[in-house]
Design a protein around this ligand. Structure first.
Ligand SMILES: [Zn+2]
Ligand SMILES: [Zn+2]
Length: 332
């Protein structure tokens, strides 16, 4: 069968999907959800410093380390990408009554050295280096001509979609604005025009006054359980000062973001007994000039419940723990 890598537009909702059939060739490192963890000796990310053919896009030493043998982070092109790497911008083309674009883009893997030490166990300065690596690749990829959006995601565990258990994150740089981001941008723009202020700044002001859903805060960041959470124990992290772009954060913000992540991810690890989760950054599209209405943030969604018909068929998420209870649970 011919392989397909295409972004296809749903003619009714306007939402983009990615049809990428090449991924089926990818080896599976998680056997079954409940199977034994992959031993270090068979881990593809533990051997990366030995295999010379890997093209390292960026590496960073451990806190205090100096050379490559002390590496803490390596960023590599994804070996099994769902998009085809290309600098030729694909045009929007017709397929019968439908629209599509060739699935070009860039997909990179950010690997931290330790096989066992995931975010919930990392030290603050180790997390801070990961944030710096995210930011650095975000800036490099935003200069690519066909890139309209850059998504940074971290999948923890097989239920969250990770295919290798060794802690790693991914960066997708793609020629479309993803549907969830588009909805979020449109909602934020609409509120800004109607109220002459940022919707997330309004939420933060309200949440910091109410305190009911606030889990943690430091000087520059707030960790909270969103009022309309989509899953049980959902958490979001917001910069307190209005900023549209994640890639614009400075040293002080990286430090406080690392602190906030360390606090919440170690709480999730301990209190929920190491659940699978997805974490991602929502930020303004790099080439969008009028993004001042947007307020970048980070979302963490534990994968505890499974989705049924109401969620997939109606888009109504059923959440069995209230955000107020979630905040109280994590504050304790
Ligand atoms: Zn490993
Ligand atoms: Zn704002």
């Amino acid at each position: 069968m011919k392989s397909t890598i295409e972004f296809r537009k749903d003619i009714v909702s306007g939402d983009w999907v990615l049809i990428s059939t090449d991924i089926q060739k990818k080896p599976v490192f998680f056997k079954k959800v409940e199977s034994k963890p992959l031993p270090k000796s068979k881990c593809p990310f533990d051997g990366i410093q030995k295999s010379k053919q890997e093209k390292v896009l960026l590496w960073m030493p451990k806190p205090g380390g100096k050379d490559l043998k002390d590496w803490w982070i390596q960023i590599l092109p994804n070996k099994y990408p769902v998009v085809a790497s290309s600098r030729i911008c694909p045009p929007l083309t017709k397929y019968g009554i439908h629209e599509k674009k060739i699935g070009v883009g860039f997909q990179e893997v950010i690997v931290t050295r330790s096989h066992e030490k995931h975010f919930g166990l990392m030290a603050k300065n180790e997390i801070e280096l990961v944030i710096e690596a995210y930011q650095s690749r975000f800036q490099a990829l935003s200069a690519e001509p066909c890139v309209d959006y850059i998504l940074i995601i971290h999948n923890h565990g097989s239920r969250a979609g990770a295919t290798v258990p060794h802690p790693h994150s991914q960066i997708f740089a793609i020629p479309i604005i993803p549907p969830d981001v588009k909805r979020s941008l449109e909602g934020s723009r609409k509120y800004f025009h109607e109220n002459k202020k940022c919707v997330h700044c309004a939420i933060l002001k309200d949440e910091l006054k109410e305190k009911e859903r606030v889990i943690y805060q430091n000087k520059l960041f707030v960790v909270l359980a969103p009022y309309a959470s989509r899953v049980a124990y959902e958490v979001r992290i917001f910069p307190k000062l209005h900023e549209s772009r994640f890639e614009a954060i400075d040293q002080a913000q990286r430090n406080d973001l690392a602190d906030a992540l360390k606090i919440i991810l170690s709480k999730i690890f301990k209190k929920l007994k190491n659940p699978d989760y997805n974490m991602f950054i929502h930020t303004a599209p790099p080439k969008e000039r009028h993004a001042e209405h947007y307020h970048w943030h980070l979302e963490i969604l534990p994968r505890i419940a499974t989705w049924g018909g109401l969620e997939l068929g109606a888009g109504i998420d059923v959440v069995k723990i209230s955000p107020e209870e979630t905040a109280k649970f994590f504050r304790q």
